[in-house]
Design a binder for this molecule. Structure first.
Ligand SMILES: [Zn+2]
Ligand SMILES: [Zn+2]
Ligand SMILES: [Zn+2]
Ligand SMILES: [Zn+2]
Length: 246
């Protein structure tokens, strides 16, 4: 059976208070995402302020519908602004990656690349102070320092200096290869992606769109929930998406 999005009305709508039978909790539904196979998944906001996503709508019991549908909040979901929401509280916090220096807990700001004569290229994400220290230790070894891109949450571990983010449109992993630094529309979903076009966003909006990094925690969390393919913290690129292989 194929369900065309919008062709049926689920009993539960955004804004409704529901019962989650597994735990007996009574969260509100803040967003509904539909999988390509028609399965509807809900984002929930619990009375404690904690949130969750990926709950099957059919597993929830309808309790109460509000008089008016809630409007979008900083967490990019729709709910009563008076409700405590952990995602709203962190909405403007930037996505960062930690400094790679031992015992440093600051966010990294720089990508440092260097080329020791004895081995291949090396790369690290470092805070300003550790960048200075690192460059001082390198002495004559050739190196290059570039600003980490907004939205970068890690580097590939292969020493290539490839920055990793999640696309704000499709929720998938995207890569900024050193060869693309300084270019327009530099994010890619793999080595063989030459244009960076985001097929998911193009299908949704019917215009040309490219992968762009989610730069706040709220943007990243929402994009992952909306991906509906099981993209988790580690995630996968659109090129490796199991839901898009056929
Ligand atoms: Zn919220
Ligand atoms: Zn540091
Ligand atoms: Zn994308
Ligand atoms: Zn996927």
């Amino acid at each position: 059976m194929i369900l065309i999005p919008g062709s049926y009305l689920p009993a539960i709508r955004v804004g409704d208070t529901v019962r989650y039978p597994t735990t007996g909790e009574t969260p509100v539904v803040t967003a509904i995402h539909e999988r390509p196979d028609g399965t509807a998944l809900a984002d929930l906001l619990f009375p404690s302020g904690s949130t969750g996503s990926g709950y099957r709508l059919v597993d929830l019991e309808h309790l109460v519908r509000p008089a008016t549908e809630p409007v979008e909040q900083p967490c990019l979901r729709r709910h009563d602004p008076n409700l405590l929401c952990a995602r709203c509280a962190e909405a403007t916090e930037p996505v960062t990656t930690g400094c790679a220096a031992v015992l440093c807990s600051k966010p990294a700001t720089n990508l440092v690349l260097w080329w020791p004569p004895s081995s291949g290229q090396q790369a690290k994400a470092l805070c300003p102070a550790d960048t200075e220290q690192h460059l001082a230790r390198l002495r004559g070894i050739p190196s290059r320092v570039v600003d980490l891109a907004d939205g970068t949450h890690s580097l590939l571990a292969d020493g290539s200096g490839t920055q990793v983010a999640n696309c704000r449109q499709c929720g998938h992993r995207i890569y900024l290869y050193p060869a693309q630094l300084g270019r327009k529309e530099p994010w890619r979903d793999g080595e063989y992606d030459e244009t960076g076009r985001c097929q998911v966003a193009e299908d949704r909006n019917a215009i040309r769109m490219v992968h762009e990094p989610a730069v706040t925690l709220a943007e990243r969390d929402y994009a992952r929930a909306a991906a509906t393919c099981g993209t988790t913290y580690d995630g996968h690129s659109l090129a490796d998406c199991p839901a898009r292989r056929s």
